[in-house]
Design a binder for this molecule. Structure first.
Ligand code: PAF
Length: 279
């Protein structure tokens, strides 16, 4: 496993791999790695010849400066976790390396960015698109791997690939959960013990919502989730929406065509968590 901090050194190494006909798999991350990230790396190892992982806390996608300042940075631990996987290259650039000048590009994802995360975190997906398009340009992968936990991000990345006419295959990977059901996230490390004890009820509630969906309307299921979360003193719901998995438009009836996904965002103290289930 080799660690590079500059674009030129990484590209030189990757050009040699590509010249030998090797397919490149890419896993972009912001570090603070956990089993969820490792499952992406494992999947990349199964589907491609050479695996590249980037670790870059992208300032452009944080709309809250405290969130950016508090985001865990754990390079040493990340490197030892990656050492347990088939990971060939780690790219760990500085902010200046990625953005030698301010990135002023504006992407337009239409309705996809007007709901859920897009509505509550203005500018977030534009920042994600800036960094992911930049990383795609640098790494030039054949396939890129993203977790389904960031469900809306996945839809945005697929749209980005379409808008930029890229030939990169986007491979969605399943959510990895702790044994008590909490979806793995780098932010889980920031939860104080009392909050950590309480947050398994998020997935528990989503599972109960799935059962309820067999007999109750969409609005009743949404009300159930809202009441359940907000009646828990330590949690504060931001949204729970049931959307079509491709257009992300709100589902009105269970009989609407397409796959339906329930997406939740909430605060456990100062820590913002998201999760989702397929209905
Ligand atoms: O999902 C993430 O960790 C980030 O949004 C990503 C895709 C690495 C871009 O910074």
């Amino acid at each position: 496993m080799k660690l590079y901090t500059t674009i030129s050194a990484l590209q030189e190494a990757l050009r040699e791999e590509q010249a030998q006909g090797f397919k490149i798999g890419f896993v972009p991350t912001m570090g603070a790695l956990h089993e969820g990230h490792l499952s992406l790396v494992e999947q990349a190892g199964k589907m491609t010849d050479i695996v590249v992982v980037s670790i870059f806390v992208n300032p452009n996608q944080f709309n809250d400066s405290n969130d950016l300042a508090n985001y865990p940075r754990t390079l040493e631990a990340d490197m030892s976790l990656l050492g347990t996987q088939k990971c060939d290259y780690v790219f760990f650039p500085s902010v200046e390396e990625i953005y030698p000048m301010p990135d002023t590009r504006k992407f337009s994802f239409g309705a996809l960015e007007r709901v859920m995360e897009g509505a509550f975190r203005p500018g977030h997906f534009n920042g994600v698109a800036q960094v992911v398009s930049r990383l795609f340009e640098i790494v030039n992968p054949d396939k890129a791997f993203f977790g389904r936990k960031d469900f809306q991000q996945l839809a945005i990345i697929k749209e980005l690939v379409r808008l930029l006419n890229l030939t990169i295959e986007i491979v969605p990977c399943d959510i990895v959960r702790e044994s008590d059901g909490l979806a793995m996230s780098s932010r889980n490390k920031l939860l104080l013990p009392e909050y950590r004890e309480c947050v398994p009820m998020i997935f528990q509630t989503l599972k109960e919502a799935k059962v309820l969906a067999l007999t109750r309307s969409v609005s009743e299921v949404k009300a159930f989730v809202g009441e359940r979360i907000n009646s828990t003193a330590l949690l504060k719901l931001e949204y729970f929406d049931i959307v079509d998995d491709t257009s992300l438009s709100a589902v009105q009836n269970w009989s609407d065509p397409g796959t339906k996904v329930g997406c939740i965002a909430l605060y456990a103290g100062k820590v913002r968590l998201i999760d989702n289930v397929i209905f």
